[in-house]
Write a protein that binds this ligand. Structure first.
Ligand code: COA
Ligand code: MG
Length: 306
């Protein structure tokens, strides 16, 4: 597919995004205090089909109650139904009026789906008097068989694209897999590949790579390990399904004191030696990639300072 490449708009990165089934009053009430950087009001898989219309209206009410003055640092996102179903436009025609910060699009096939959603949002923002271009898009970019072949093609598809994420459940069902795990409990290579391609695809597109959920919400240790591994690989945030997961995720994606101190040292060292491209520090060679990583860490610290 070819299209004119459009740079993404600036976007505040998020560490933790908590899914909240939008038809649950109790869960909606708990979202704000969860400490999540974003809530994902869900209209898709966590809502029974008989409750979808109620969920749309509850999501809209919630968005309106927490309009832009009352959101503070917590962004409000909405996961809509896939574009291949009539539900997608029905969802959008209700929730755009609440000016969500971002729409999560599940079961995408390629960047063409993001472009289609961009056009829908262009029209609906105009109809609802919502600031034009203000609603961002995050695709769940690995949930269909086709999607695995298109992860490197998102660069420049829409100024609204702000992040990319992946899921291991729907793609397993689509491929006909009886499980997505190996006998030792780790993801099978197919899903590790999807995870890596999503990471590289997001970075290639200049947007935030966001790691998938840890569904066993009673297993805090497993979550912590998974979150730390994700961050080490390059993911900069992770989705959650239970409020108890948020603190662990926020901690894993916030640079530690040790990392901060090291990064400050690296930046200061290069600043005080502008003539040097490579320097030794505490027995380690440093050059441009290390400086870049240190600057990235300090920028994150600034963003998440509360
Ligand atoms: N958001 C906000 N609040 C939540 C929550 C969530 N995702 N998950 C649980 N809570 C609330 C519960 O309502 C409960 O509060 P209450 O007693 O005031 O009702 C409290 O936290 C403790 O919940 P707990 O009993 O431990 O969990 P549960 O059995 O009620 O729910 C799940 C378990 C998995 C059904 C629930 O966590 C959930 O709905 N998660 C999101 C699922 C989802 O959106 N999936 C789609 C993406 S994969
Ligand atoms: Mg799903």
């Amino acid at each position: 597919m070819s299209f004119t490449k459009i740079a993404p708009m600036p976007f505040s990165p998020v560490r933790s995004m908590l899914f909240v089934p939008a038809d649950s009053e109790r869960k909606l009430a708990k979202g704000e205090a969860s400490g999540a950087d974003a809530l994902i009001l869900d209209l898709e898989d966590s809502v029974a089909p008989s409750r979808t219309q109620v969920a749309r209206e509850m999501a809209l009410d919630y968005l309106r109650q927490r309009n832009s003055d009352k959101r503070g640092r917590q962004q409000l996102w909405v996961r809509i139904n896939p574009l291949s179903t009539p539900g997608a436009l029905q969802d959008l025609s209700v929730i755009v009026a609440g000016a969500p910060d971002c729409v999560m699009l599940p079961k995408v096939k390629s960047a063409a789906d993001v472009i289609q959603l961009t056009h829908y949002l262009d029209a609906l923002e105009a109809r609802e008097g919502v600031a034009l271009g203000s609603i961002r898009i995050i695709p769940v970019a690995t949930e269909t068989a086709q999607s695995l072949f298109t992860l490197g093609t998102y660069e420049g598809c829409s100024a609204r694209l702000c992040a990319m994420t992946w899921g291991a459940e729907d793609i397993a069902a689509e491929l006909g897999a009886s499980t997505n795990r190996r006998p030792d409990g780790e993801y099978d290579s197919v899903y590790e590949m999807a995870r890596t391609l999503c990471l590289a695809g997001a970075v290639a597109a200049g947007v935030q790579p966001i790691d998938t959920i840890w569904s066993n919400f009673g297993d805090e240790e497993g979550l912590q390990r998974d979150a730390v591994t994700g961050r080490q690989r390059g993911f900069t945030g992770k989705m959650a399904i239970h409020p108890n997961q948020v603190a662990t995720i926020n901690a894993a994606f916030t640079p530690s004191e040790e990392e901060q101190a090291w990064s400050r040292k690296v930046v200061e060292l290069f600043a005080s030696h502008p003539e040097m491209g490579t320097i030794g520090l505490e027995g380690k060679m440093l050059d441009m990639p290390h400086l870049k990583q240190a600057q990235r860490v300090l920028a994150l610290v600034k963003r998440f300072a509360s």
